[in-house]
Design a protein around this ligand. Structure first.
Ligand SMILES: [Zn+2]
Length: 215
């Protein structure tokens, strides 16, 4: 059915990446600014990420799996212990904005570059290496994003949805590997009942969400 299959090593038929966006309460601050601290219950729920990340790392250690965590740099600065937990087991930390700002909401290429570079600096300082990958907050990849990522030396993006298999993004500045995502494979749609964020989807059973992922 797929007419451009990727030649995976050793004749393997498919590769799967289950990745995690550790947004935590960054999204509350981008939505509510100075009033974010008043949303105490939502804040507590979003800060549950620190419980979840440790649990995921424990589970992955048992299975010997390494994956990627896309983390807003603002959150990394406040939670260096979570960064250590992720890195200790050899997982990758990739760029997910500074405070989950939308690239599409920026006024110019320079504004988007400012946030991208701010995040790169923090990731480099806290992990010892520049990030290799980026996922646009909210998948809001802008018309500037590809060139900015290529200029900054990124290897891949994971925000676009243009194919079933990885593909190349080419611009006048160079190229970038696209590891495509899809809203249909995202768990936000199934579980993110957060009235303070205007997200009021009815929570589903994991089996229901899994049926969507597998279809
Ligand atoms: Zn996110």
């Amino acid at each position: 059915m797929i007419d451009n299959p990727v030649p995976w090593p050793d004749g393997k038929k498919v590769a799967v990446a289950i990745t995690f966006d550790v947004d935590a309460d960054s999204i509350l601050h981008t939505d509510h600014g100075q009033r974010a601290h008043r949303k105490v219950a939502t804040h507590s729920m979003l800060r549950y990420d620190r419980i979840a990340v440790k649990r995921i790392c424990d589970m992955y250690r048992r299975f010997g799996i390494r994956q990627t965590f896309f983390v807003p740099a603002w959150y990394m600065e406040q939670h260096p212990d979570i960064v250590e937990t992720i890195l200790r087991d050899g997982h990758e930390i990739a760029h997910h904005g500074y405070i989950h700002e939308s690239p599409n909401a920026q006024e110019s290429l320079e504004d988007e570059r400012y946030w991208l570079e701010k995040g790169i600096d923090i990731i480099e300082r806290m992990t010892g290496a520049k990030p290799r990958g980026w996922r646009a907050p909210l998948y809001h990849f802008s018309e500037f994003s590809a060139d900015l990522l290529i200029d900054a030396g990124f290897l891949y993006d994971a925000s676009l949805m243009g194919d079933d298999v990885p593909y190349m993004i080419k611009t006048a500045n160079g190229e970038l590997i696209e590891l495509p995502s899809h809203w249909g494979m995202d768990d936000w749609n199934h579980y993110a009942h957060i009235s303070d964020m205007g997200s009021d989807v009815p929570t589903k059973a994991p089996d229901d969400a899994m049926r969507v992922f597998m279809s």
